[in-house]
Design a protein around this ligand. Structure first.
Ligand code: SAH
Length: 512
């Protein structure tokens, strides 16, 4: 039987901020068997793919070479011919200086079904994130998107700089950084005023965004002095002057900070979003994985004893998911908990309980095992207390509860497994000062992180890379393995870690 032909989606990935992907683009990524993405695409977007999807970066073709356009077209055709759903993920919008239309034409020629999903192009995104409105009632009634790739001094250029100099609006040059002096000169030669405002934005919408403004007379020196790097856009026009009052992105509290997130794989999404919302760059450094149990018999036995259990204790979101998930899977539901009281450590864990429509009966004021044990102790004499726990962790609860006269029991409901090695670039980023913070959210994570670092990277901690920890207990564990701690969260959650980082930065800038 002939294989059914697949489908190709040419999807705009937006300019870098992973939040600037369309919902349709996200749905396509979730469907994809194969994703072929460009070097400018933020790899965080790959979070939206299925685990089994094949993801190939265009820059990493065979023998480490960048795939050329013909090879890409061929690959799209071949994959679709084999019945696969293919997402071709391109920076910004696929049809704006993206050669997306050539890919579409190649697919059309071979009779392969395809759709184009537009993206937010660099011009609108970088301008918005730099506080520049490309059109403005008083300053600009039109916008031109122009390639800066062509040499304006060559006769074969398709661009007429005399027309561009007269254009009644904002000029936006893509791919023009290396030709900035030529572009500026050509506009001035054609009579554009030396006082015309110019803005150059590099890495627009990303935590590394930098914006330099000047005029046609000054911008070349300003950009040289600032050492801006591609990808950059050049914006020419009066609208650039609006920036001072409405520049917002570069003022976000964690703007420009690269923050290492050590949460287990698959559990970092909410922290990634929080870091992005504060203007920071999330860097994923999973130090362990969460694994489901292979053998549920011990948990099943506990589920069968729920009628005789007085208190159920949860100290993690994973614990809630695993225990209550198993209850549901076996055909049970919340009624089995009718006579059980629930204690949880707080914050995220009680929020997860709420998703199961359960209120915790007891949540300590501070989210620490000691506080939970202390709050629970007065209620447990001669009561059966069951802790749904991970395969490892601290043993405060059993000690305190047993002493308080509880009939204490525990059951492992999920496992933590160490990952074998940190992502290879992390060590190097620490040594070269490219990682600003690493958040450590448990003693086990702190110990594992220390073990995986090279001595050179360890020696750089506390200098350009600072550590923020979730609690005093994690701080103690970090110090014990030689890690210097710069900030300790007062609320013992990941948002608490981010607040501690902001506070530490504010204190630092007060000092300087
Ligand atoms: N299809 C893309 C453009 C591809 S051409 C889009 O619609 O945005 C590549 C050029 O886009 C770069 O040379 C640079 O000029 C611009 N560019 C892409 N991403 C950018 C970013 N985050 N900030 C500034 N310029 C960017």
């Amino acid at each position: 039987m002939a294989t059914k032909i697949g489908k190709v989606y040419l999807v705009g990935a937006g300019p870098g901020d992973p939040g600037l992907l369309t919902l349709k683009g996200q749905r396509c990524l979730a469907l994809a068997d194969v994703v072929l993405y460009d070097g400018l695409v933020n790899p965080l977007l790959l979070r939206h793919t299925r685990a089994e999807a094949i993801r190939t970066c265009r820059e990493a073709g065979p023998h480490g070479k960048r795939l050329n356009q013909a090879e890409i077209n061929q690959r799209l055709v071949d994959e679709a011919m084999q019945g696969r759903c293919v997402v071709r993920l391109k920076g910004g919008d696929p049809f704006i200086f993206g050669r997306g239309s050539e890919e579409a034409a190649a697919l059309a020629e071979q009779g392969i079904p395809f759709e184009v999903v537009p993206g937010i192009t660099a011009a609108t995104a970088a301008a918005a994130y730099a506080g520049i409105s490309l059109t403005h009632r008083d300053h600009a009634s039109a916008v031109a998107l122009i390639t800066g790739h062509e040499d304006p001094t060559k006769p074969e250029t398709a661009l007429d700089y005399a027309e561009l100099a007269r254009f009644p609006g904002t000029l936006v040059f893509y791919m023009g950084m290396h030709r900035l002096p030529h572009i500026v000169q050509a506009l001035r030669d054609q009579g554009k005023s030396a006082e015309t405002p110019v803005g150059v934005i590099s890495h627009g919408s990303q935590p590394m965004q930098r914006t330099v403004t000047g005029t046609l007379a000054t911008i070349v020196q300003c950009v040289e002095a600032a050492q801006l790097h591609p990808p950059s856009l050049i914006i020419v026009g009066d609208c650039v002057t609006q920036r001072e009052s409405i520049d917002w992105f570069e003022r976000l509290p964690l703007f420009g900070q690269r923050i290492g997130i050590t949460r287990p794989e698959g559990q970092a999404d909410s922290v990634v979003d929080q870091v992005l919302a504060l203007g920071g760059a999330p860097v994923l450094i999973p130090t362990m994985q969460i694994r489901s149990l292979r053998d549920w018999s011990a948990v099943d036995a506990e589920l069968d004893r729920l009628a005789g259990t007085d208190w159920l204790v949860f100290t993690s979101v994973n614990g809630v998911d695993a225990f209550l998930g198993r209850l549901w899977e076996r055909g049970g539901d919340a009624r089995q908990l009718a006579n059980v009281r629930i204690a949880c450590i707080g914050g995220a864990t009680s929020q997860r309980l709420a998703q199961f429509h359960l209120h915790a009966d007891l949540v300590p004021e501070t989210f620490r095992a000691e506080a939970l044990a202390e709050a629970l102790a007065p209620h447990v004499q001669n009561k059966r207390v069951l802790w749904a726990r991970a395969n490892r962790g601290r043993d405060v609860l059993p000690e305190v509860l047993t002493q308080a006269g509880a009939n204490y029991a525990e059951v492992v409901v999920y496992e933590h497994v160490d990952v074998d090695a940190l992502p290879p670039e992390i060590d190097q980023w620490i040594v070269t000062g490219q990682l600003d913070w690493v958040g450590l959210s448990s003693p086990a994570i702190a110990r594992h992180f220390a073990k995986q670092l090279s001595p050179a990277a360890q020696a750089c901690l506390g200098e350009s890379t600072q550590l923020a920890v979730i609690s005093p207990v994690t701080e103690a564990a970090a110090i014990e393995v030689g890690l210097p701690v710069a900030a300790v969260a007062t609320t013992h959650t990941w948002p608490g870690i981010l607040t501690a980082i902001r506070d530490a930065m504010a204190t630092d800038s007060d000092r300087t």
